[in-house]
Unconditional design. Structure first.
Length: 106
């Protein structure tokens, strides 16, 4: 299995779409689909009928997946979007920010 450039827990900046420029934390990564779910980003309203499990029903708001190409890691130093690459350091494959060369956790 190849390593993902963007993972759960990463702070990301949205590059395209209605939430362009906004940032959030990756709640879930879906590598098979090439998508991520980011907190507070790409919100959708789901109209649900009342059921036994949810007697209220009503309009539920939640995050929809966003394509991984439309988000980028936020550089902790500059606060801007940064590209991610891979390097082998001390015998381990690590994620590295292209601009600063800083190693990302994990």
């Amino acid at each position: 299995m190849s390593m993902a450039k963007i993972r759960k827990g990463d702070r990301v900046v949205v590059l395209a779409g209605k939430d362009k420029g906004r940032e959030g934390e990756v709640l879930r990564s879906m590598p098979k689909d090439g998508k991520v779910i980011v907190s507070g980003i790409n919100m959708i309203a789901r109209h649900t009928k009342p059921s036994q499990s949810d007697p209220e029903g009503g309009i539920k708001r939640r995050e929809a997946p966003i394509h991984v190409s439309n988000v980028a890691i936020k550089d902790p130093q500059t606060g801007k979007a940064a590209r991610v690459g891979f390097e082998v350091r001390d015998g381990k494959k690590v994620r590295v920010l292209k601009g600063s060369g800083e190693v990302l956790n994990g």
